[in-house]
Write a protein that binds this ligand. Structure first.
Ligand code: UGA
Length: 433
């Protein structure tokens, strides 16, 4: 172990915990990842990676020597200088973040005499750090340092996002604890934002809220484009080149999903509301997103009339490409709505499963999905969908109707392939159909 290498215990072997643990091992630290799920830990010990995340298996294998896995707190904490909390914080019925897993970790920390630092990776409401500090002090652990070190990694690119971040945010109560966490990241070339704990907690929530706001904004522009004859893809290009606006997160579509945005938007909304503030923009962002997921139904009805008994193929179940994650995936909302309209729903996805989607038939190939279908909806922009022989697909369908929920394909090419093709906010290409 090099001099600067530390011993880290990571609590939680989900997406965030595994990526954090693997990347810190890559940086030369010794890491034990702890989870309460014995099966998960056993699998990890055997070298199996329980989630689909590009590059994660490789980085875990490459650093196997510096990585271990545990179910016991004592084992994980052995000689640990730093404790990372990376457990889930799902929404409760009230929309607040459920911090029970976080509190379990904090309460289970052994009464160490040495000075360790607890770093929070889980997304938590502003004010959580302050509460953790008091809870530790009440147990006689006031000497334990506390840092908020939020993650900005996106699924599918998590390893790269961790190793090459836009910034590292470190919010601490005392400078020394912040220095420990900053030193852990030696080897990563990125600006470090040092702040108080509450601001670091807010940076995480505000960053996600800003990204969601852009998506709902461009989706509303798309809806106005549809009503007025413009093309949102061109509009996004035209506004994105303005350096003050920027290009990213301006892809109109059928709305955002995933394990973070929907949960974090609710958590921030409730955090504001609990503090007596009505966060109007965020409320609109959430509502626009809900409506956006349902707009596809209107497009299908406009083409097919009643959807009762119609066979509709959904291409993509994951909330975005390069992940098997279907949490809050628009495909699930869409499938539910289609079933409620009396349609037969068939789905394809290269990695994600329709588990829990009662009444949806999942097939192994795009060709099987579109066969005899009345309409196809492209839900997730998997790259393989660009390679499909769409002309052949169109001839195999009962009626060649296509709704491109991600504006992935070229309207003219799809028209030439024989489809009645609709996209999101691309009225300028409607003349083709
Ligand atoms: C998001 C953030 O991008 C990360 O920075 C953050 O760390 C993470 O949440 C988190 O809080 O843990 P992620 O949910 O993995 O990451 O996925 P994104 O790539 O941000 O996509 C989210 C959703 O927005 C997807 O459904 C995607 O299809 C949609 N989206 C994204 C659009 O509809 N349009 C866009 O232009 C961009």
């Amino acid at each position: 172990m090099s001099e600067s290498a530390q011993r880290i215990a990571v609590f939680g072997a989900g997406y965030v915990g595994l990526v954090t643990g693997a990347c810190f091992a890559e940086l030369g630290h010794r890491v034990t990842v702890r989870d309460i799920l014995p099966d998960r830990i056993e699998a990890l010990r055997r070298g199996e990676v329980p989630i689909y995340e590009p590059g994660l298996a490789e980085i875990l294998a490459r650093n196997a020597e510096r990585l271990s896995f545990a179910t016991e707190v004592a084992e994980a904490m052995e000689e640990a200088d730093i404790v990372y909390v990376a457990v889930g914080t799902p929404p409760t019925y009230s929309g607040d973040a459920d911090l029970s897993a976080v509190w379990t970790v904090i309460d289970e920390l052994p009464a160490v005499e040495r000075r360790i630092v607890v770093a929070m990776k889980s997304t938590v409401p502003v004010g959580t750090g302050e509460k953790v500090r008091h809870r530790l002090a009440a147990r006689g652990l006031a000497h334990v340092g506390y840092v908020s070190n939020p993650e900005f990694t996106a699924e599918g690119t998590a390893v790269r996002d961790f190793m090459e971040p836009d910034r590292i945010v470190i919010g601490a109560f005392d400078e020394a604890a912040g220095d420990v966490i900053a030193a852990l990241h030696a080897g990563i070339d990125a600006p470090i934002v040092r702040s108080d704990v509450a601001s670091a907690e807010m940076i995480k929530l505000a960053a996600n809220a800003a990204l969601m706001t852009r998506i709902s904004f461009i989706n509303e522009i798309a809806n106005v484009c549809e009503a007025t004859g413009a093309d949102v893809v061109k509009v996004a290009e035209g506004i994105g080149l303005d350096r003050r606006i920027g290009k990213s997160f301006l892809r109109a579509g059928i709305g955002f999903g995933g394990s973070c945005f929907p949960k974090d938007s609710l958590a921030l909304k409730q955090l504001a509301a609990n503090s007596g503030y009505h966060f109007q923009v965020l409320n609109a962002v959430i509502e626009v997103n809900e409506l956006q997921k349902r707009r596809v139904i209107g497009k299908l009805v406009a083409r097919l009339g009643s959807l009762r008994g119609k066979r509709i193929a959904l291409l993509g179940l994951a909330f975005k490409p390069h992940t098997d994650d279907t949490r809050e995936a628009p495909a699930f909302v869409l499938a539910g709505r289609l079933l409620a309209e009396g349609a037969d729903v068939v789905a394809w996805d290269p990695v994600a499963h329709a588990d829990g989607l009662v009444g949806v038939e999942q097939v192994a190939t795009v060709e099987d999905a579109v066969l005899a279908a009345d309409a196809v909806v492209l839900v997730t922009e998997w790259p393989e969908l660009a390679e499909v022989d769409w002309a052949a697909a169109a001839t195999s369908m009962r009626t060649a109707v296509f709704v491109d929920g991600r504006n992935m394909l070229d309207p003219r090419a799809m028209h030439d392939a024989g489809f009645r093709y609709d996209a999101i906010g691309r009225a300028a290409s409607n003349g083709l159909t």
